[in-house]
Design a protein around this ligand. Sequence first.
Ligand code: S3P
Length: 431
Amino acid sequence: MSKKTIHPAKTVAGGVAPPGDKSISHRYAMLAGIAEGTSELSNFALAADCHSTLGCMKALGAAVKVQKTVVRVTGHGLHGLQSSWRALDAGNSGTTIRLLSGILAGQSFATKIAGDDSLNRRPMKRILTPLREMGAQIAAREDNFAPLEIRGGKLHGIHYEMPMASAQVKSAVLLAGLFAEGETTVTEPARTRDHTELALEEFGAPIERHGRTTRLRSNGIKLTGRKAEVPGDLSSAVFFIAAASLFPDSTLHMQGVGLNPTRTAILDVFARMGASIQMLSLRSAQGEVIGDLAVRGAQLKGAVIERAEIPLVIDELPMLAALGPFTEEGVEIRDAAELRVKESDRIAALAENLRRMGAKVEERPDGLKVQGRATGKLRGAEIQPYGDHRIAMAFAVAALGAEGATTIRDAECAGVSYPAFYDDLARVTES
Ligand code: S3P
C-alpha cells in the first residue's frame, strides 16, 4: 500500500484538465456495448471504476479497444450480448453493478456479478425491488448484497415511483426498460443526474421527459454506435476548485469540464461560500454542457447543505466537509445518511480524519458539523482513507492548508476515479 506525503502550499496556479467524467463514461460504455456497430468514445475516464465497466462489457461479448483515453466499443445490438463463463467483476464501482444489473435483467441468460469487499457491503435492495417488479429473478446475499445472480428473461414495463433520489436506481430501471415489453416510466422524488436519459437519447432510444418523470417506449428500439466525447469530470475538478479557494493569490484554469445542470449544484454551494468561479466557453456535446472554469482564491464563509441539495452534491460532500476548518462559519451537512453507504462510511471517515488534523467535528447519524477557522489551523497528520478515493483526495487538499506534512495512507485508491490526481495537484501547487 503506497503512502503519499503532502506538504503545505502557499498558492495554486496554472491549468488542469480533469479526467473524463466517470458517470458518463460508464453509461457510454454500456450503451455502446448494446448498440449496433462501433462507438468511438473520446476523453473516456481512465478511472479504475470505468475500466471495471469495460471489463464487464468485454466479458459479455462486446469488443473493447482502449488507446489511452480513446475507447472503441463494438456491440451487436440490443440482443447481441452473450453469457459470460465467469462472474463479472464490478471492482469498487457501485455504478457498474447497479446500472449493469438493469441490462442483465433483460438477457436470456443468467449472470453472476460481484465486486471488491467495499462494494459487496453496499446495499443493492434498491435495484432488486424494481427489477424484480419488472420480472427479473435475482438472488443476492442476505437479499441485499452482492454477489448478485441475475436470471434475466421476459421483462414488462412498470411505472416506478422511486422511494429515494438515486440516479443509479433510475438508470437501472430505464436500462431494463430497453428490454421490457410496453412502456417504462420512472418518477424520482428529487432531481438527480440525468446522464442516462441524455445518453439513451443520443444512442437512439425514444425517451420523453416531463418534470421528474422519464418515459421510455421500448417497442422496436434500435441503438446505434456513435462517436461521443466525454466531458471532464466536475466531481474531480472540485478538488482543484477547493485547493485554489484556500489561498488568496490562487488563479486556476480548468479546461473542458462537464457542466450538466444536474451536476452544477456544487458550484452554487461554492458561490454561497464566497468562492470565485467563472464559467467560460460553454458548448455542448451529446446533450451535455461542457465549459472551462476560472477559479481565484477566496475567503470562504461556510455553508449548510441539506435536503434536496444533498443528492445533487453527494459526491462532493467529502471535499466540502474537509473545507470546513478553513471557513469562517464552518460546514454543516444534514440529511445525508446515504454517505454512510458509499465507498466507505464517509461520515465516520471524515469525522475521524478531520479530528486527526485537529478539527472540531460533531458526527451525526445523517451528517456532520465541522467548526470553522476559529478552532485554529489544521495540523498535518496521518490520514486513513479506508480505501475511498474521495476521502483520500479531500484530505490531500486539506493538507495543503495545514501546518506540517500530512501522509495519506493507501493513497493510490484515488485511482478509482482520478489516477493522475497527485501529479496534477503537485503541478499546480506552489510552496
Ligand atoms: C452516480 C450516482 C450517485 C453517485 C455515484 C455515481 C451515477 O449515486 O454518488 O458516485 O453515476 O449514477 P446514487 O445514484 O446512488 O446517489
